[in-house]
Design a protein around this ligand. Structure first.
Ligand SMILES: Cc1cc2nc3c(=O)[nH]c(=O)nc-3n(C[C@H](O)[C@H](O)[C@H](O)COP(=O)(O)O)c2cc1C
Length: 160
């Protein structure tokens, strides 16, 4: 079984999360690849809130091919209540998730229920089966044991 972790990060939190999830999957003997998805234009941090608020979808730096995996995990930030415009851009143009299992794991600040639901709807519109969605609070992520336990929970959820 081959996993892909596709993540977007601006300030590093979701990169750390994605890497830790990948490490834990490998500990379970799972074949896992990662893609860091980048926007065509990097928007300065003070402006990303507008992208979130306007519920924008970003154009991407390249055509990321995310086909050919058995399971997917998506990580990224939430800005002004809106899920990462970069993840939206990736999933909206993926066209290859029919019947594939997907898991959403976001590192953000708020409960982000709306953002997670938006991402889940986008995935389902591409035919994916959303196995789970959760978020790690960015402040809590600084606590090593909370971080490690969250990563373990995500991996457990993904392997079921
Ligand atoms: C302009 C701006 C707006 C944000 N708005 C939200 C928000 O509405 N909800 C939330 O949960 N987090 C919000 N955040 C926090 C980020 O989602 C959080 O810091 C995240 O972990 C950043 O991920 P990254 O380090 O991978 O880029 C906001 C951050 C910025 C910079």
């Amino acid at each position: 079984m081959k996993f892909l972790i596709a993540y977007h990060t601006k300030t590093g939190n979701n990169a750390r999360l994605a890497e830790a999830i990948a490490g834990e999957l490998k500990n379970h003997g799972v074949d896992v690849e990662m893609i860091r998805v980048k926007p065509r234009v990097e928007v300065p941090i003070p402006l990303v809130g507008f992208q979130g608020q306007l519920r924008m979808t970003a154009k991407l730096k390249e055509d990321y091919d995310i086909s050919g995996y058995d399971r997917y995990i998506f990580c990224g930030p939430v800005w002004a209540g809106g899920v990462s415009p970069v993840l939206k851009g990736l999933i909206g143009s993926s066209g290859c998730l029919d019947g594939k299992k997907a898991y959403i794991a976001l590192c953000c600040l708020s409960p982000a229920v709306g953002a997670m639901n938006t991402l889940a709807s986008l995935l389902e519109a591409q035919g994916a089966l959303v196995m789970g969605k959760s978020r790690l609070q960015a402040q809590e992520a600084k606590n090593e044991s909370i971080f490690v336990n969250y990563v373990k929970d995500v991996v457990e959820g993904c392997l079921n």
